[in-house]
Design a protein around this ligand. Structure first.
Ligand code: SF4
Length: 364
């Protein structure tokens, strides 16, 4: 039998809900280099079977609580250094004001983002916490989450490697939390690689946070970053690692597949963006590996083509803000929600189906 015939058999097995091995996933990818039609078609069928014709999003406000960070990832433009114009150290008053504004804009989610444990490295962060009456960033987040909830917004915290106790406290107010796995590759943490200066991106550290979220039954968003010098095996292993945690705890609410875009003033500024065809294959493989999962791409990072990803397996646009920038990718503004809706519907017309929107919150 040829490789292509074997691939068809494996993809048919996936459609029949049969399990698939790591090697078979690698083979599907290798065959898709010549022709990706069957892979994309299977991913689309699985999306329709498991998610009907709906795509979800969450109307949010992005709270850039503190962007000092003790680590340095080679691609990051979010992190600020003391004295830089872009530094953000939100006061309690600023947080409250933005919460009120978010409410006016009918946002449902308050996304709280911070750099990695900034108080461990910067006196500026320690002083800022002290001025606001807190000892740690995590404590400040607990307070901010309480205020958000009181004002009728759902807090969703993404603050890097929080420990078990911090997560347990945050669970009391946060409807869900997030941490990007990025990739399970140790190789990407070695000298010259994107996570070399980021101890918090060690795969075992990140997996521990996901494990803890599972033990605490916290609905969790995680994901991988695509196009940072990884191999396809490393991508597949990363998706399989997320699948393993979800199988054990059932608490992964969605997987973000984020395509790398080079940023000025970063070590990786001259690296190419993730190739779109490669990115689509990874989206489709993710749907095949986890047919029932919510799979998301950020529409602002593929501004000209995001809607076409509906045909290769995604069912979620993630958080979109009518109010605040994407502080992690400030060069890429979010499209208007109306435009995303129109573009999605046009795409769906090709598929000849209806479309519906829901807010993307899941409580275990
Ligand atoms: S990606 Fe996160 S951990 Fe890495 S430097 Fe930026 S803020 Fe810090």
């Amino acid at each position: 039998m040829t490789n292509l015939v074997l691939e068809s058999e494996v993809l048919n097995n996936v459609l029949e809900n049969k399990s698939i091995s790591r090697q078979e996933i690698i083979d599907i990818y290798q065959n898709s280099i010549k022709n990706s039609n069957e892979l994309f078609l299977t991913a689309q069928k699985l999306r329709i079977t498991n998610k009907n014709y709906s795509v979800t999003f969450s109307k949010k406000a992005f709270f850039n609580i503190v962007n000092l960070c003790k680590d340095t990832c080679s691609y990051c433009t979010y992190k600020a250094e003391p004295g830089e114009n872009k530094i953000s150290l939100m006061s309690k008053q600023q947080i409250k004001e933005l919460l009120h504004l978010a409410k006016k804009y009918k946002c449902v989610e308050a996304l709280f983002v911070t750099g990695e444990q900034p108080e461990q490295k910067y006196s500026e962060a320690r002083n800022w916490l002290k001025e606001n009456g807190f000892k740690s960033t995590a404590e400040y987040l607990m307070h901010s989450s309480e205020i958000a909830l009181e004002l009728g917004l759902f807090p969703h915290t993404n603050a890097g490697n929080l420990n078990f106790e911090e997560m347990k406290e945050l669970k009391k107010t946060n409807v869900s939390m997030g941490i990007m796995l990025e990739n399970v590759s140790e190789r990407l943490t070695k000298k010259g690689m994107p996570h070399y200066l980021a101890a918090s991106k060690k795969p075992q550290t990140r997996l521990k946070v996901l494990e803890n979220s599972g033990k605490l039954k916290i609905p969790m968003t995680t994901g991988i970053l695509i196009g940072i010098g990884e191999t396809i095996e490393e991508i597949i292993d990363s998706i399989l690692a997320i699948k393993k945690i979800h199988k054990k705890y059932g608490n992964i609410q969605e997987i973000i597949l984020q395509n790398f875009q080079p940023k000025p003033d970063t070590i990786m500024k001259d690296s190419p963006s993730a190739n779109e065809e490669y990115f689509k294959k990874i989206v489709a493989l993710s749907r095949i590996i986890m047919p029932e999962m919510n799979i998301q791409i950020p529409p602002n990072l593929s501004p000209r083509s995001y809607q076409s990803f509906l045909q290769v397996g995604i069912n979620d646009w993630g958080g979109i803000s009518p109010l605040t920038p994407d502080f992690v990718n400030p060069e890429f503004s979010w499209p208007e929600i109306n435009k995303i809706e129109d573009d999605s519907k046009k795409q769906v017309l090709i598929l000849n189906v209806d479309f519906q929107y829901t807010q993307n919150f899941f409580l275990l």
